[in-house]
Write a protein that binds this ligand. Structure first.
Ligand code: FES
Ligand code: FE
Length: 411
């Protein structure tokens, strides 16, 4: 039934328009999203900088599932369903933490960091511990970014890995530490949160702090760009070419996007005055004017890699109208708070921007719920929403078994 409904809505979808409203607000479409998207694709989980030592863990909620991602004793990154093999209790109850072993809070079954069950008190002689280890989840680490996949057989990440590595690796994310993270809950569907991130049409009217430094254009040859931007782009790319840093838009199709873009003239970082947020630059950079590598990957992740810090954004669906957005600020592992950086200065632009975006997404969700909503036309600067919708509709059609996605993918 639900698949029939998905196919019907896919038939109604018109490219160049926002999606039929049910995709954003209906509970059964949310269930379909969990199956078609979040149970099949790679999801951004976090950074290796969040789990530097053995037993360090982070958790992530994906609909009804919780996943724990940890560093084991051999230094490997592993992921497991955060569900006890006894009677199913949640195991790790915090967003982040450290555990020598994983001990279930209910009846204290004990798991090693490799997921094996090592103690199940009061269970009878002959109880087979070996077949009650934690259910593993696939993990891939790309330039310090951790991705997990709930599917039994995950899709390949190789094109993504090969393409983005030259852009990201020079910033050496594995030599960073977490300066701060925040998680906000937005009362909006996860796709509206992503849509809002995929365009800067809304920036001028809503993001005064961000626009001190951020250029509003998404492409070097943006048709809307003016001569000032073109001059800035030419000077910046000449400098980056000299440093051997890639900047041209990568070919990620509808799956991912990677590009290096400059900040506004005389601006080096996401701060209120455009000056660096951290005096100790990443890697061994001596040039602070590196703009930012903007990397987006469906379905739940965008990032900025600057000369002085890295920003990760992780979007996770909690229900049809609730979405968790986690932002993580990384600085050089040797940077010292209060000496090399001030936490407020480092975080204030995106803290403010996130809150502005939260309000926009929440208002958007409320409006879509109205009986008056109908899919509206996208502006040329919203081309990335079309890419996202194409990708999403293909995933949904593949899952529902209808013709829509294949047709769109072939266009
Ligand atoms: Fe975990 Fe009982 S549910 S030990
Ligand atoms: Fe925004």
């Amino acid at each position: 039934m639900i698949k029939d409904r998905v196919n019907q809505l896919l038939q109604e979808r018109q490219r160049g328009f926002s999606l039929p409203g049910a995709f954003y607000v209906d509970d059964d479409m949310f269930e379909a999203d969990l199956e078609a998207v979040f149970a099949t694709d790679w999801l951004f989980a976090g950074s290796v900088a969040e789990i530097r030592g053995p037993g360090d863990y982070i958790t992530m909620e994906i609909g009804r599932d919780s996943i724990v991602i940890l560093r084991d004793r051999e230094g490997e990154v592993r992921a497991f369903f955060n569900t006890c093999r006894h009677r199913g209790s949640r195991l790790c109850l915090h967003e982040t933490g450290r555990a020598n072993r994983i001990v279930c809070p209910y009846h204290q079954w004990v798991y090693e960091l490799d997921g094996s069950l090592i103690n199940a008190r009061q269970m009878p002689e002959g109880f087979d511990r070996a077949s009650h280890g934690l259910h593993p989840v696939h993990v891939e680490v790309i330039c310090g970014l951790i991705y997990v996949c709930l599917a039994e057989t995950p899709p390949s990440l190789e094109k993504f890995r090969k393409t983005v590595t030259p852009y990201i690796a020079p910033h050496q994310p594995d030599r960073t530490k977490v300066a701060f993270f925040s998680t906000i809950i937005e009362e909006a569907n996860w796709k509206l949160v992503i849509d809002n991130n995929r365009e800067c049409y809304h920036c001028a009217g809503n993001h005064p702090a961000l626009l001190v430094t951020l250029v509003e254009f998404a492409l070097p040859d943006d048709p809307a760009a003016n001569a000032t931007f073109k001059g800035l782009m030419d000077r910046s790319t000449a400098r980056w070419d000299g440093l051997g840093l890639p900047h041209a838009p990568a070919d990620g199709g509808t799956e991912f996007r990677c590009i290096r873009l400059p900040f506004n003239d005389d601006c080096l970082s996401f701060t209120m005055d455009g000056k660096p947020a951290c005096n100790k630059l990443l890697a061994d950079f001596t040039e602070p004017d590196l703009g930012s590598v903007r990397m987006f990957r469906v379905p739940n992740n965008w990032n900025h890699f600057l000369s002085d810090h890295i920003l990760h954004f992780r979007v996770l669906p909690l229900s049809a109208n609730r979405t968790a957005v986690k932002t993580t600020w990384l600085v050089h592992e040797d940077a010292v708070e209060g000496v090399d950086y001030d936490l407020k200065r480092l975080t204030e632009v995106w803290t403010e921007t996130n809150d502005e975006d939260r309000i926009l997404a929440e208002n958007n969700h409320k409006g879509v719920r109205s009986r008056a909503y109908q899919p509206g036309p996208l502006a040329p600067s919203e081309f990335m929403l079309n890419n996202f919708a194409d990708w999403y509709c293909t995933k949904m059609a593949d899952w529902a078994g209808g013709p829509g996605g294949r047709r769109i993918a072939a266009e």
